[in-house]
Design a protein around this ligand. Sequence first.
Ligand code: NIG
Ligand code: FE
Length: 393
Amino acid sequence: MSLLLTGIGTLVTNDPEQGCGPLGLRRGAALVLDGERVAWVGEARTAPACDERVDLAGRTVLPGFVDSHAHLVFAGDRRAEFTARMAGRRYQAGGIAATVAATRAASEQVLRERARRLRAEMLRGGTTTVEVKSGYGLTVADEARSLTVAAEVGDEVTFLGAHVVPPEYAADRAGYLALVTGSMLDACAPLAGWVDVFCDRGAFDAAEAEAVLTAGAARGLGLRVHANQLGPGPGVQLAVRLGAASADHCTHLSDADVDALAGSGTVATLLPSAEFCTRSPYPDARRLLAAGCRLALATDCNPGTSYTTSMAFCVALAVREMGLSADEAVRAATLGGAWALRRADVGRLSPGARADLQVLDAPDHVHLAYRPGVDLVHAVWRAGRLAVGPRDG
Ligand code: NIG
Ligand code: FE
């Protein structure tokens, strides 16, 4: 089945060969979807014949958001902690234990329903690819079932057994490390494509994080690191040295950290909603771009530091709070996320790409930042299928 989308006011392709600038922008364009893929991009009057045709009446089309960092499998919430933080208390990694207790106490079916709801919310917000982590189970069985649920709702699945040391191992960190790198990884590696570690104050140090990452790599998992969120630290350099796909947060960086990222294949994934929700300083995105680093933007959706599924909100924050242009922010939220997941098939709209796209009720993509908090999504196609909308009017 082929579908011609015409009347596209602004088309963001993220492919410089398809249009102007890094976003590969086109005005008045048309797009042909064939099955799951984009088959053709060009002027409507030269479009090939198609089975169906939809006129988008001047709306904007851009690739679906690629949210490369989300923790969707958990129970309970931490609104009391949020309220205390807004009254002046500082965020600490220890709050994770509250979600671990709630997650362990929940049935797999409850975890599944909750994760599905968040995933549906993401799709309505224009997100067509999402990475989902475990990390609130922290026993072999609880991590394994979290990953089972993660694989049902996510496109990419990440084992985060090394989120924090759970309370029952408080007096035996080495014992928990042995568990994570041993029988927990044995059970979890077949269920995941990636391993992640929270390398920060109150979580894991450089040697511990390296042990987790190398054990994961030995089981064939790709590497990701929660790095330099709460303070300066070794996470970013470790991520680069081990060839991680992404160093996430990057809030507190030294010049050496920026240099290491710039010369590497490791993407700097910025999570500005975590800074917003913990009332913390934002990462210096301009310094990273000036050094030549590749940037991704993601939600970090989790109950502790960033309980949002909205990539549009992250784009708005990146523009208002981190000084990115709307072009840079939209690219980081789409193509950047694809880089961070080492996916060549998403994050762009050029022939051969997966037909993942969002249609905005707006004249162009700048409105994502210009109209913060407003739901602009008119329709979403995912893998060539209409997944959301079209909205009336
Ligand atoms: O990415 N930094 C570690 N993990 C989460 C926070 C998890 C939590 O507080 O529940 C994050 O911000
Ligand atoms: Fe996170």
